[in-house]
Design a protein around this ligand. Structure first.
Ligand SMILES: Nc1ncnc2c1ncn2[C@@H]1O[C@H](COP(=O)(O)OP(=O)(O)OP(=O)(O)O)[C@@H](O)[C@H]1O
Ligand SMILES: [Mg+2]
Length: 387
């Protein structure tokens, strides 16, 4: 504990100093107000004993200056009866107490002890308050994070529930649909084909039914109880069969496919499912470039922020130079049945990305979608490396 005695009377300084040192305090001395202010600026004092009458400054000004430097320094005035008024004024301006000269040492020590105890408690209090404030902030952050995770979980569950519901609907609709299709085929054989209108109407109805049927087939295909065959394979081996499937339609659309095996990786998967996922990404890329362009496929290993607990993972990246996805749509593209291909030549069911995401999720992987409207898209399949 550091104490500074500020007094121009050498005897007072010496006597007080000796007693305080004997009590284990570290004691500094100052003869003038200016000297005291300089010392307080250089070092922290727990307590300043200030004579009310100093040669250069009033005790009140010293109190203000010392407490201006450090609010934690306790000021105690030393005063003769004759100048008690100034001590009281000093107390109104931040001094803790006063001691009457000539001093009764027991009284002095008990004031000092009380003052220091008060100081200790108030510093402790302040630290506790700071801790409390920090804990409160941490709690606030944890709460926000929890809310965010909860929202994400709800969204995830909603999507999953929607998926389950669609599959249920598909099952329910499949049989009546077959009956309608069968009925239509029967009517085709019975109705007079010479009537052009009838023929056209039949064709339109059949086309619509077949399209609806293909939506059901896709859903039911996905929902088939998994007889998946998990094996450890190299990513480079899963790419080629899919490339073979899309090369023709890509070249017809003037699309170049560039494949770069930066770093091969082993993954434990059912290769048919990965084929399906990749096929969906590649057909989407082709659909997005009706006037030609480029698809760049890259295979590498990386730590992807926000995916797979930031562990080294296998990444299959499919980038295109196509239409891109608008900001409004980007969050929705992996929802079941979300499609923008509901007119024109290309028709979509809106299940491609949904199924791709389900497949990747089932391997604890992540499907990342980045896109800039008018420039193109980058889809990343991030999968755990085989153990
Ligand atoms: N590479 C891409 N570039 C631009 N838009 C894309 C791309 N991939 C997906 N999209 C957008 O996301 C939508 C949903 O894609 P998704 O594959 O799920 O369904 P789809 O391609 O419309 O139909 P399908 O079920 O036949 O795949 C697309 O309709 C398209 O608007
Ligand atoms: Mg698609």
């Amino acid at each position: 504990m550091n104490i500074i005695i500020i007094d121009d009377d050498p005897n007072a300084r010496r006597t007080l100093g000796k007693i305080l040192k004997a009590r284990g305090f570290e004691v500094d001395e100052a003869v003038t107000g200016a000297e005291a202010v300089a010392s307080c600026g250089a070092k922290f004092f727990n307590l300043a004993l200030i004579d009310v009458r100093l040669p250069d400054m009033s005790g009140l000004d010293v109190v203000k200056a010392v407490r201006g430097i450090s609010r934690d320094t306790i000021a105690i005035m030393m005063t003769a009866y004759a100048s008690l008024d100034s001590s009281i004024e000093a107390m109104n301006n931040g001094a803790y107490s006063y001691i009457i000269k000539p001093m009764n040492m027991d009284a002095v020590l008990s004031v000092i002890d009380r003052a220091l105890e008060g100081q200790r408690l108030s510093m402790e209090n302040r630290n506790l308050l700071l801790d409390l404030k920090k804990s409160n902030e941490d709690l606030g952050k944890a709460y926000d994070q929890l809310k965010k995770t909860q929202r994400e979980l709800i969204q995830l569950e909603k999507t999953a529930a929607m998926g389950r519901f669609s599959i249920y609907v598909a099952h329910e609709v499949k049989n009546p649909m077959s009956i309608v299709l069968g009925g239509l085929e029967f009517l085709e054989t019975k109705l007079p084909h010479s009537d052009k209108n009838v023929k056209n109407t039949m064709a339109i109805v059949k086309k619509a039914l077949l399209r609806a049927n293909s939506v059901l087939e896709t859903l039911l295909h996905y929902s088939k109880p998994s007889d998946s065959q998990i094996e450890m394979i190299s990513v480079s081996d899963v790419i080629q069969p899919v490339l073979d499937m899309v090369t023709r339609s890509a070249s017809l659309a003037n699309i170049i496919i560039d494949t770069e095996f930066i770093q091969d990786a082993k993954i434990s998967v059912d290769k048919n499912q990965i084929h399906q996922a990749l096929f969906n990404l590649l057909t989407n890329a082709i659909d997005a470039m009706p006037n030609g362009g480029k698809i760049s496929i890259k295979i590498y290993q990386a730590i992807i922020p926000g995916a797979l607990n930031e562990k080294m993972s296998c990444v299959i990246e499919v980038a295109d130079t196509g239409s891109g996805i608008s900001i409004d749509n980007i969050a929705r593209v992996s929802e079941p049945f979300f499609t923008t291909k509901d007119h024109g030549k290309v028709r979509g069911t809106g299940l491609g990305l949904f199924i791709t995401k389900m497949i990747i999720d089932s391997y604890n992987g992540k499907l990342l979608i980045e896109s800039t409207e008018g420039k193109g898209s980058v889809m990343k399949i991030v999968l755990p490396l085989a153990e």
